[in-house]
Design a protein around this ligand. Structure first.
Ligand SMILES: Cc1cc2nc3c(=O)[nH]c(=O)nc-3n(C[C@H](O)[C@H](O)[C@H](O)COP(=O)(O)O)c2cc1C
Length: 246
C-alpha cells in the first residue's frame, strides 16, 4: 500500500483542535490541490470561502446548531456551489443560463463541491492537519447566505473545520466492504446480515469510546433519517434561484 492510500485510510474526523494557527500559505496549497480536481464540463461551478475571523466562526457555530468545534478550529472553509461565475460567462455571450433551475444543476454543483472537499481533506490530513466536515451550514441556510454575502446562483453546500488535532482520536469502523463494492450490478443479497454484523461492531466501538447512547449504526441512522433534518434547504435554494423544478 502506498503512503497516500495509507494516509487516506487513516482518516478520522477531528473535533478537538489545538490553538496552533494554520499558515495562510498552507491553506492556499491545500485549496490549490482541491481546485485541480475534475469538474463537470470544466464549468468550475464552485468556490471556497476561507474564514478565520473569530466572530464569523462563532456565528457559524451557532447557526450550525452550536457545534463548538467550528469555533475552536483556527480555519473554517465553506464549499459553495457557484453558478454565479457561469452566469457571468452566459451574460458575456448574451445567453440566458438555465442549468441552475434544474435538479441536474444542483447535482453537478454539489458533486463538484464534494469532490473538492474530498481532495481538501486528503491534502490537509497529509500535512498533519485534522478536519471535520460540517453539513450544519445548511441548518439555517438563509442566515449563512447573508453572513457570507453569497450572491444569487450560489449555495453553501458544506463546511470544513480545519486545525491541528489535540488529544487522541478514534477511527470509526465502516460497513463491511462488500456492502460498498458491488461487482457488475447492485447486490442486495447479504446486506441485512452485513448490517447486523456492523451494528454489533458499532455497539462495541461506541461502548469503547464512551458513547453507548448512540446505540448502533442502524439505530443512529434511522433515528436521524426519520426526519427531514434541515427543512429550510429547499426554500433557501429557491431564494438563490435554484428552482429545482426542471
Ligand atoms: C457532508 C458531511 C457533513 C457532515 N456534517 C457534520 C456536522 O455537521 N457535524 C459533525 O460533527 N460532523 C459532521 N460530519 C462528519 C461525520 O459525522 C463523520 O464523517 C462520520 O461520522 C464518519 O466518521 P469519521 O469521519 O470520523 O470516519 C459530516 C460529514 C460529511 C461528509
Amino acid at each position: 500500500m502506498n503512503e497516500l492510500i495509507k494516509g487516506i485510510k487513516d482518516h478520522r474526523s477531528i473535533r478537538n483542535f489545538s490553538d496552533t494557527p494554520v499558515e495562510d500559505s498552507l491553506i492556499d496549497e491545500i485549496l490549490q490541490a482541491a481546485q485541480a480536481m475534475p469538474n463537470s464540463i470544466n464549468g468550475q461551478q464552485s468556490s471556497v470561502i476561507v474564514i478565520k475571523n473569530k466572530e464569523t466562526k462563532r456565528e457559524i457555530a451557532k447557526l450550525a446548531g452550536n457545534q463548538t468545534w467550528i469555533d475552536d478550529a483556527p480555519v473554517f472553509l465553506v464549499f459553495v456551489m457557484d453558478f454565479y461565475k457561469t452566469d457571468l460567462a452566459a451574460k458575456k455571450n448574451q445567453i440566458q443560463q438555465a442549468i441552475h433551475e434544474s435538479i441536474e444543476g444542483t447535482m453537478v454543483g454539489t458533486f463538484d463541491a464534494g469532490l473538492q472537499m474530498g481532495a481538501t481533506i486528503i491534502a490537509a490530513e497529509s500535512m498533519g492537519l485534522g478536519i471535520v466536515p460540517i453539513g450544519g451550514v445548511r441548518r439555517n441556510p438563509q442566515e449563512m447566505i447573508t453572513l457570507l454575502n453569497l450572491p444569487e446562483y450560489t449555495f453553501p453546500v458544506a463546511g470544513l473545520a480545519v486545525g491541528y488535532p489535540k488529544g487522541e482520536s478514534h477511527q470509526k469502523p465502516r460497513l463491511p466492504f462488500e456492502t460498498f463494492r458491488h461487482f457488475e450490478t447492485y447486490q442486495k443479497d447479504g446486506l441485512e446480515a452485513a448490517i447486523e454484523e456492523y451494528d454489533k461492531q458499532m455497539e462495541l466501538y461506541l461502548a469503547e469510546i464512551g458513547r453507548p447512547q448512540e446505540g448502533n449504526w442502524s439505530k443512529y441512522t434511522s433515528n436521524i433519517y426519520q426526519y427531514v433534518y434541515y427543512p429550510n434547504v429547499y426554500s433557501a435554494l429557491k431564494d438563490q434561484k435554484f428552482s429545482n423544478d426542471k
